[in-house]
Design a protein around this ligand. Structure first.
Ligand code: PLP
Length: 470
């Protein structure tokens, strides 16, 4: 494409995106489709001859338009949101256009330094301690996912636990005696990170919760760590979750930090969904205890208006990730890197290459301002409070716990079968999509407000459907 052809086609594509978003609420949240439907619409071989791109948006609609789950639909309240605001799409366009590959500072100083600047700005907006900023000796980076962030934190923890260049983790790998501590509700990405790091199932220790709660019990953590040390094992990392995926519960980060310190274990705070709420001073409790943690992760691609992928990982010590991950073959040797004056983000992540993800986040910060982001979050939190109030007053439904931020967990008062039935019937309506979980073996329906387009009207629609089906 020439730039002029791009301009003409670009207008067509942008029109298609705008039309799709404008009409999304009139479509079902989730299409019902048989497996293989979309693939069957493709020829076995790619076309030999080129086709006009002007027809591409219509082709995509014809091939995929009846086989989607619309995460940007105003009635999408399942899982956690995956905000792809139009603002961030505009930023992403610039990022794609730049075509930068920011593995080293010198391969795109702009990519690196915008990322440093926006993660520092966001750290301050959230109220993270200054130590987590690049200015303050730590720093933020944009990872592809909270799962990768956890794996990156684990590599740093493994290195810190055995740093000797000749005999430590980087030289000899794991011994099989390293232990990682989670709660029963910690996200499965931690279990995956433990497997990927080669620790096997035995490397993961699931610590009990404080009785009657879903929060890790620091006393149980202390006992588990002491028992492991007595057994010749090495406590390497504790993951404290703020806002679990299932119910939004939080672990006591401050107390966990104290216990972990007894054995020098790394504390990673997984606040993938809830962490962004710290932008609102009234919800800054999500950062309680984080000042003592080693790393903190929250996903801008969940609830912070930024299109996937944009997972924010801050560390309190900028040296730890390069120390664990840096490997420099001759073809990556670089004068700026050798000077020590720059950050090379390749050393802060698993892959080498990286996109200019910070542009879409910058676009969001620029276009919304912190006040716009707070309004976005507060709007959903208010919807959750209102839904919870209505559930309390309704005979057929009950809360499975107090709402956390924008997440409401509920049940049918008639019991487990009725709750399962409720989820199925509500989703069958097509105007909303909820997801389920289990608490102590019993089914629970989750309502996670957070979609970009969700408004008060969508609460009314959801409520109408909930009471009609309960
Ligand atoms: N941690 C928590 C608490 C989550 O809720 C999720 C996803 O919902 C993840 C981690 C994984 O997020 P990602 O898809 O960014 O890896």
């Amino acid at each position: 494409l020439t730039p002029d052809e791009f301009r003409t086609l670009g207008h067509l594509f942008v029109d298609a995106v705008a039309d799709a978003r404008a009409g999304i609420g009139r479509r079902p949240v989730r299409d019902t489709v048989e497996p293989g439907t979309v693939r069957a619409r493709f020829d076995r071989e790619a076309a030999e001859e080129p086709s006009p791109l002007a027809g591409f948006p219509a082709l995509v609609e014809a091939v995929t338009g009846d086989a989607d789950t619309r995460w940007q639909h105003p009635g999408f309240h399942a899982f956690f949101p995956a905000n792809a605001s139009l603002t961030s799409l505009l930023g992403d366009l610039l990022s794609g256009a730049a075509g930068a590959q920011g593995m080293l500072w010198s391969t795109s100083p702009a990519c690196t330094e915008v990322e440093q600047a926006v993660t520092d700005q966001l750290a301050r907006g959230l109220g993270l301690p200054e130590a987590f900023t690049h200015d303050g000796g730590g720093g933020g980076s944009i990872q592809d996912s909270a799962s990768s962030a956890a794996l990156v934190a684990l590599t740093a923890a493994l290195h810190r636990a055995a740093p000797d260049p000749g005999t430590g983790w980087r030289a000899r790998g794991v011994t099989g005696r390293e232990r990682v501590y989670v709660s029963p509700d910690t996200h499965s990405s931690l279990a995956k990170a433990v497997r990927v790091a080669g620790l096997g199932a035995a490397g993961l220790r699931t610590v009990a919760c404080v009785p009657g709660t879903r929060a890790m019990d620091p006393a149980a953590l202390r006992a588990a760590m002491r028992a492991d040390v007595a057994d010749g094992c090495v406590p390497v990392l504790v993951c404290a979750t703020v806002g679990t995926t299932s119910t939004g519960a939080s672990d006591p980060v401050g107390a966990i930090v104290e216990v972990a310190a007894e054995h020098g274990a790394w504390v990673h705070v997984d606040a993938a969904w809830a962490g962004v709420a710290a932008l609102c001073p009234e919800h800054r409790w999500v950062l309680d205890g984080v000042a003592g943690a080693d790393s903190f992760c929250t996903d801008a691609h969940k609830w912070l208006l930024t299109a996937f992928d944009a997972s924010l990982l801050w560390v309190r010590d900028a040296a730890v990730l390069p120390a664990a991950l840096s490997i420099t073959p001759p073809y990556l040797r670089d004068a700026a890197s050798d000077s020590g004056a720059v950050v090379d983000f390749r050393d802060w992540q698993i892959p080498l290459g990286r996109r200019f993800r910070a542009l879409k986040l910058w676009a969001v910060l620029h276009g919304q301002g912190l006040s716009g982001l707070r309004a976005h979050l507060r709007g959903h939190i208010a919807l959750a409070a209102e839904l919870a109030r209505r559930i309390r007053d309704h005979d057929g439904l009950e809360l499975a716990g107090e709402p956390v931020l924008s997440l409401v967990c509920l049940r049918a008062t008639a019991g487990d079968a009725a709750t399962r039935n409720l989820l199925e019937r509500v989703n069958a309506d097509g105007r909303v999509l909820l997801s389920g979980t289990e608490i102590d073996g019993s089914p629970v329906v989750r309502v996670a407000f957070g979609s970009v387009a969700t408004t008060r009207d969508d609460l009314e629609t959801l409520w109408e459907i909930l009471i009609a089906r309960s």
